[in-house]
Design a protein around this ligand. Structure first.
Ligand code: KG4
Ligand code: ZN
Length: 339
């Protein structure tokens, strides 16, 4: 089965073709047009600007993918229908609906977060536990089977990626902040400054990162902006150590409780080397650690096609005339009690 994937939820326009056979998924094409440099000058993503850029980028990518004009060779279309920025999401959703209708192909509306869960392109053994860390979300998800998820914990305020972005802003490192902070951290001492580990001992699997960002801001008040530069590596390394400590400690406690066969780390923050290394070290004696290739940690359409493939196997399609972009789409509709 060959799936066309379409992604436009934030600041990357992406088109991919993925072919699947049982649990084996192969990326035939994965094309991404990133707007990150454009939004950097605003310090964050501007929805209307993003939408205009998606409109300009999406047809050239579709042509570049080499799909014939009549859609032959494609068995289904998968598109991110939420969560994300509505004007941005709509570009991909409307293209997908139009193609599905014109080509007469089935359509899947994919949750962007579910896409990240499938970004490792490895067979998932169930039950699996996933730590999903992106710019907008921080969640621990128990995957009982394809499409059957329970949210074990989530952030109560800022997402982990958002905390990286905000700390980068405080330090004048630009947007997106995660890569800049982790790069600066490589030359710093993670034990130089003891930042708080919020909610690490809270007894549940929830997170809170806004207090940590405030702790960094308070620490920085002692510095004149002109004196800040030499301290940046230590601030970044110590902040990163606090985030990684909380994420890994709580994830490993969830591992103890839910006994998964594999652990998935996904979302933009999964590019963070310190986080990847710690989870690999701690989880490897327990089971299989799955993490996306660095080319697939950020937003892409291959992961959307991969998630869509599993919906397609179940015949779980939607109506091309009625699919709508849902900015608040939940991965798990209701927080059901875990047995
Ligand atoms: O999944 P993603 O590409 O977009 C969303 O769906 O949000 O995640 C983007 C987030 C940003 O907050 C970015 O700063 C963060 O991922 N990020 C990182 C790293 N690379 C990207 N955070 C920490 N370390 C990194 N190396
Ligand atoms: Zn994402």
């Amino acid at each position: 089965m060959r799936i066309l994937g379409i992604e436009s939820s934030c600041d990357e326009t992406a088109i991919a073709i993925v072919s699947g056979n049982g649990d084996d998924l192969v990326i035939e094409k994965s094309l991404i047009a990133s707007q990150a440099a454009l939004h950097a000058k605003y310090g964050g993503v501007v929805p209307e600007v993003a939408a205009r850029e998606h409109i300009d980028a999406i047809f050239p990518l579709l042509l570049e993918s080499g799909i014939p004009r009549d859609g032959s060779g494609i068995d289904a279309i998968a598109v991110t229908s939420g969560p994300g920025l509505v004007p941005a999401l709509r570009v991909g959703v409307e293209l997908a609906k139009t193609l599905a209708w014109a080509w007469g192909k089935p359509l899947v509306g994919v949750n962007h977060l579910e896409g990240h869960l499938y970004s490792t392109f490895k067979a998932i053994e169930f039950p699996a536990l996933a730590l999903l860390v992106s710019g907008g979300h921080t969640e621990i998800v128990l995957m009982k089977d394809h499409g059957i998820y329970e949210r074990v914990g989530a952030t109560r305020d800022d997402a982990a990626g958002e905390a990286f972005d905000k700390v980068a802003k405080l330090l004048g490192l630009g947007y997106p902040g995660g890569p800049a902070v982790s790069r600066a951290a490589e030359n710093g001492d993670p034990e130089a400054i003891v930042f708080p580990r919020p909610m690490m001992e809270s007894g549940d699997f929830d997170f809170s990162f806004s207090g940590l960002k405030t702790a960094v801001a308070v620490y920085l008040r002692a510095f004149e902006p002109s004196n800040l530069r030499p301290s940046i590596p230590n601030v970044c390394a110590s902040f990163q150590a606090a985030v990684v400590d909380v994420l890994v400690t709580k994830t490993m406690r969830a591992v103890e409780q839910f006994q998964p066969k594999c652990l998935i780390l996904a979302g933009g923050v999964s590019a963070n080397k310190a986080l990847r290394d710690r989870l690999l070290r701690d989880f490897s004696p327990v089971g299989t650690f799955l993490v996306p290739d660095l080319s697939l940690t950020g937003d892409n359409a291959a992961m959307i096609a991969a998630a869509g493939y599993h919906h397609a196997l179940r015949g779980d399609y939607c109506d091309p005339l009625t699919l709508v972009a849902d900015p608040n789409m939940e991965l798990v509709e209701n927080r059901t009690p875990i047995k």
